[in-house]
Design a protein around this ligand. Sequence first.
Ligand code: ATR
Length: 273
Amino acid sequence: MDRYLVFGHPVRHSKSPFIHTLFARQTQQELEYGLAEPAVDEFAHALRTFFDQGGKGCNVTVPFKEQAFTLVDCLSPRAKRAGAVNTIKLTDDGVLLGDNTDGAGLVADLKSDGVTLGDSRILLLGAGGAARGALAPLLAELPSELVIANRTHAKAQQLAAEFCDLGPVTAQTYEQLAGSFDLVINSTSASLQGALPPLAPALIHTDIAIYDMMYGASDTAFISWAKQHGARQTMDGLGMLVEQAAEAFTVWRGIRPGTKQVLRELKRNLGVI
Ligand code: ATR
């Protein structure tokens, strides 16, 4: 049977085996999908061993995405732009192809929630790996403006400079932010510590869409805060998780699974509904 898995550390709580098993059942593909948690300095060896032993493909998550970028034979354009790899496929020619499906997953999830990206004014909070992965797919949707704000402003400036060939992207400090945004995407890891990015409440209005790449059994700190200040449309990163997985599955198997039912089952599994 074709073997796939996700590398991460820690990875025990990963939902990827659950999601890919449902995709495989739905599309009638024969495959198994497991977990691997190598020691942080053992990833390169574990990756090689997996493919030497007949593995067909894998996902890569924290903290290995940047390292995976350096270990594959060939990179997709979107992985090159992201500077990180979350999906590896062994091609029929024996080449390890590194891809990145995170940004495509974000855009697919936003669209499935009815968010319009074309001609919209988008605020992206954070300038780490998650933001970097999102930029090219977001700019490909032709927003009227994409502003990056980050606690460490120099990192936002650096990202804006790196992606400004793809569209109207600029960096502003949190204090500089003004005017009406259509969509705010929180890519910071602040919610992990229950903290908030220092965003002025006045930027939140009833027609704004709020997206937090984090998720949990209850609202993230950022989503709670945005709701308190009047946001009506809020989304967490669970849909992005399912959509990036669907994109990876498509890369591996050449067949696109449906995501709606799988997202519902995942929510039930997490106790969200
Ligand atoms: P990831 O790969 O998930 O993006 P990362 O590269 O560590 O993780 O980046 C985390 C991002 O969250 C950074 O933009 C970080 O801001 P700094 O560049 O200033 O460190 C941001 N971040 C983390 N905690 C934050 C907080 N409490 N408030 C605001 N931003 C925060």
